[in-house]
Design a protein around this ligand. Structure first.
Ligand SMILES: [Cu+2]
Length: 153
């Protein structure tokens, strides 16, 4: 039974993760959800600034590049993620990672299936700069190949 003062979930959120009374931890650190559900990390006017940064492996204190990221730590945050695939989502609060401010969301089976590479572009949270960098490299490679071919003639 949830406590009587449990706030109503904001629209679009299936679960809300906030900051606990200590001010240095999430109030829900181990969550299990269904595929397609949305977790909202929401806090307001906290005394300390916090964020949500995906990590690759348990114990990591640095965020995973290209992972989900709420941005710079803030005292007020509203960060929402809809999980469309089975996976175990591990995250830290960057300023307090070494103080064990960590959390986990187990989505469905908790095990990510092999994903076709072409699917990565559909991830709305992918970093645009990363994709742009890759196409830049592809372009450079094409120019080099073209140049090489011309000199053979
Ligand atoms: Cu924090």
């Amino acid at each position: 039974m949830p406590p009587a003062d449990e706030p109503v979930l904001p629209e679009g959120c299936d679960y809300v993760v906030g900051i606990d009374d200590s001010g240095y931890a999430y109030d829900v650190i181990d969550l299990s959800i269904e595929v397609g559900q949305t977790v909202c990390w929401i806090w307001e006017d906290e005394s300390m600034a916090h964020n949500v940064a995906q990590i690759e492996n348990e114990g990591d204190t640095n965020r995973m590049l290209g992972g989900k990221y709420s941005g710079m730590a803030m005292t007020t945050v509203d960060y929402r993620v809809t999980f469309d695939e089975n996976q175990t989502f591990l995250y830290i609060c960057e300023p307090h990672a070494t103080m064990d401010m960590i959390g986990k969301v187990v989505v469905g089976t908790g095990i990510m299936e092999e994903v076709d590479e072409t699917d990565s572009s559909t991830d709305s949270n992918s970093v645009p700069g990363f994709t742009a960098g890759l196409s830049g490299i592809a372009l450079a490679a094409a120019v080099i190949m073209y140049g090489g071919r011309k000199s053979e003639l």
